[in-house]
Every structure is written in C-alpha cells, then in structure tokens.
Design a protein around this ligand. Structure first.
Ligand SMILES: Cc1ncc(COP(=O)(O)O)c(C=O)c1O
Length: 418
C-alpha cells in the first residue's frame, strides 16, 4: 500500500516536470537551476542543522558548513557589492519579516506600496505581525512608479521609521535617490525589496539601491536571480548585528542545502550574470513591443514598456484571471495581477509576464516574436487554446537546457530518478 503511494506521488511529480517543460514559462517569480545547484539540493546538508553564527554554532557537526558559509559569504558580498549579507531567511517574505523585526518596533510607522499598486502582501502581513502601521506610498499610473511629490507629503506627515521601496509589479526603477533625500528630512531608514529584480541588480542592468541610498535590501534568490528558492538580506555594516540576530531568532533552521545551492548560483552569476541580465531585459522589452504591435493593451507604452524582466498587459474585458486561464490551456504560464486602477486587489484586471526563465533556457529576441504571436492567437484571435498548445510545445522543444552556467547540457525540466 505504502509503496503504491510512493509511485503515485513520483508519477505526479514526473508528470508535472514533463508538463512544465512543454510550457512557455512566463511566471515573473520563477526560474530554473543548473545541475550543480540541484546536486547541492539533494545533498546530506538537507538533513542537517547549523543554528547559530559562523564558527559559533549551537549544534556540533558543522565544520564543513562553516567552511561552506565562509565561501558563500565572500561570493555574495562580491556579487551584490554589499558590506554585509545574511542568507538565513528561507524566503523573500521571511527576509521582510526579519527586516521589520530588526529595524522597527511595535507602534512605528512604515510606508510601502500597497498590493493594488504593486506592493507585496508581505509588507502588509509583516506590519500586522509586528504591530507597526503601514501607510501606503502614493503611486502614479501615468509614470507606473511611486509618485515622488505625493510620497514626500505622506512621509513628512507620518514620519515613518522605515520606508520600504521595491514591488511585485515593477517595470521601472524606483526613485531611491529622491526618497533618500526625503527620508533624511524625517530620519527614516530606507530599505528596498528586490525580490523580483535581485538578479537584474546583481547583473548591473536595473538600478543599484545600495549605492542610490538604500541601507538595507531584502530579496528572493530564485526569481531573476537564478538560485534555489530562498531569501537574502544585504545591508550596511551598521545594521549587520540587528539583522543577523533577528534572522537567527526568527528562522532558526536555515536549510543549509539551500545555502550550498545559493553558493553555486553566486559563482555562476559572477561569471555569467551580466550577460544573462542584459538578455532578460532585452527579451522583456522586445516581448512587450511585439505584443503591443499585435493589439494587446500593454502598460507603459509611452515609456518603452519596461526596464525590468516584467511585462504587464490588461486582460480581455479587464479580466486577468480568465485571460491567464486561457493562456494556461495553451501551455503558456502567466500570472493574473491587480493593476493600480482596480477597485480591489482581488479584481486582477491585468496579466504579468516575466522573461527571466525563458532567458535562462536560451531564448533571445527572435523567440519573443514567436511567443507574442502565440499569445495573440489565444488572447486577440480567440483561437482554441488547445490548438495553439501544439505550437507552444514545438517552440519549447528547442529550449530545455540551462544556459549561463559552467556545464553545458544541463536539462532544465528533467525528472531525476535516484
Ligand atoms: C516584492 C516582493 N517581496 C517579497 C516577495 C516574497 O518572496 P518569496 O516568494 O520568496 O517569499 C515577493 C514575491 O513574489 C515579492 O514580489
């Protein structure tokens, strides 16, 4: 009976892997990892604890973990050009929670974008958990960005302890320099949530929050940064102790196999990250142009559509949910998303695309033309999605290998039998 269950489970995961390998994967928050990273994820480290600080652990048995984390820290500081790094949080959400715990106290005020304007639910949830009040940063649909003049009024009025920039829907760099100047008027800390754009920042192709005035950067290690799923915090040395202490208290078990995988991804990024990030942005810009020229209502048309990995468009009849479902029926995987003029965050009139995973498997600008045409056939021409699916499969057949890594031939969508 139990071995039958094992087979059922393995088959489900095998089918999932094969299916996603035959899809055009445009979720803006996912990516694929190299075999070297995968090898770390199935290593014995996944069975171990390493509570505590480097060379000062609570449990015995961590001599190699200390060696590994010494290497990881050096690599991360170089790749992100950060004074201090902490990769203890096991997700971007957890990284934000650590930030709130370390640098705010109950009763403080935090300002950040609301979900409807592109902010992440963790901004709200971390505020609730930590007893701080969250005041939304004003957003301008016209610029698809934080409204600096209105933000200044809010910041001067509410005097936040922390101003958190960054977003889940982020087409253009946030005004970190301008917000830094305003923050100095009221003595606020400026932090930047780079969950989506960490890889573009590390590749030098988006913005550079730490040099522009942010003191702390939180992020996910698996979206545009192509590491295993996890969280990270970069900060100035003056916040290192508070961040490290909060991280250990909150996370406790930080999943050391993930750290080993992150370490490999950092080495890959150091070698290939700049070219990869460049191609991600070029692909996003080309995809947006091609969709727009085929009649899709792509946002940001008068500003060059995007400077990140993301493309946003309005769903058919302003229904992002139905549009994303039709696309999924054609094996084109996207995300419904709220847009700033929606009345509630559940309304989700838009669809969000990301080009980082298709870039990691080797797609370039010409492929964006083919993808845009397939999306148009489903969304504009209203072709039967199951008919389009065959063309999607044909396209993805040529893109199954992980690029921007040291070994060639790594299969991105292979179920591994041990
Ligand atoms: C801006 C932002 N912050 C935090 C997160 C949470 O990251 P994770 O999914 O790694 O918890 C996300 C997720 O998409 C995000 O968009």
């Amino acid at each position: 009976m139990s071995s039958k269950s094992v087979n059922i489970i393995k088959n489900i995961v095998r089918e999932h892997t094969e299916w996603r390998g035959s899809c055009i994967n445009l979720i803006a928050s996912e990516n694929v990892v190299s075999n070297a990273v995968r090898e770390m994820l199935i290593s014995d480290l996944g069975n171990r604890y390493a509570i505590g600080f480097l060379h000062n652990r609570f449990y015995s048995g961590t001599r190699y973990v200390d060696e590994l984390e010494g290497v990881t820290t050096d690599l991360a500081k170089r790749v992100f050009q950060a004074e201090h790094v902490n990769y203890v949080p096991i997700s971007g959400t957890m990284a934000n929670l650590v930030l709130f715990n370390a640098l705010t106290a109950p009763g403080d005020v935090v300002t950040a974008l609301s979900v409807i304007d592109g902010g992440h639910a963790s901004f709200r949830e971390c505020s609730k958990i930590h007893g701080v009040s969250l005041v939304p940063l004003p957003f301008s649909m016209e610029n698809m960005n934080i409204d600096i003049d209105e933000a200044e009024k809010v910041i001067v009025r509410v005097k936040p302890k922390l101003i958190l920039l960054g977003a889940s829907e982020i087409l253009f760099p946030h005004p970190v320099r301008e917000i830094r100047t305003i923050a100095d008027e009221v003595g606020a800390i400026v932090a930047y949530d780079s969950a989506h754009v960490l890889g573009l920042i590390a590749g030098g192709k988006f913005q550079d929050p730490l040099r522009e005035g942010a003191e702390v950067v939180t992020g996910s290690t698996h979206k545009t940064f192509f590491g295993p799923q996890g969280g990270i915090i970069l900060c100035k040395n003056r916040y290192a102790k508070d961040i490290d202490n909060a991280a250990w208290q909150l996370v406790n078990n930080h999943h050391v196999h993930r750290v080993a995988g992150l370490s490999i991804a950092l080495a890959e990024f150091e070698a290939f990250g700049s070219n990869y990030a460049d191609q991600v942005v070029k692909n996003a810009q080309r995809l947006a142009e091609e969709l727009y020229s085929r009649g899709l209502d792509v946002l940001g048309s008068d500003m060059g559509f995007t400077k990140s990995h993301q493309v946003l468009f309005k769903g058919t009849n302003n229904n992002g949910d139905a549009t994303a479902k039709r696309l999924e029926d054609a094996n084109i995987i996207t995300t419904k998303t709220p847009l700033a003029y929606d009345k509630t965050e559940e309304e989700c009139s838009g669809v969000r695309l990301g080009t980082q995973e298709i870039t990691r498997v080797g797609m370039v600008e010409e492929d964006m033309i083919r993808i845009a045409e397939l999306i148009k056939r489903v969304v504009i021409d209203r072709e039967d999605p199951s008919m389009v699916r065959e063309y999607v499969k044909e396209l993805t057949n040529g893109y199954r290998e992980v690029k921007f890594s040291f070994e060639s031939g790594d299969q991105a969508y292979k179920y591994v039998n041990l």
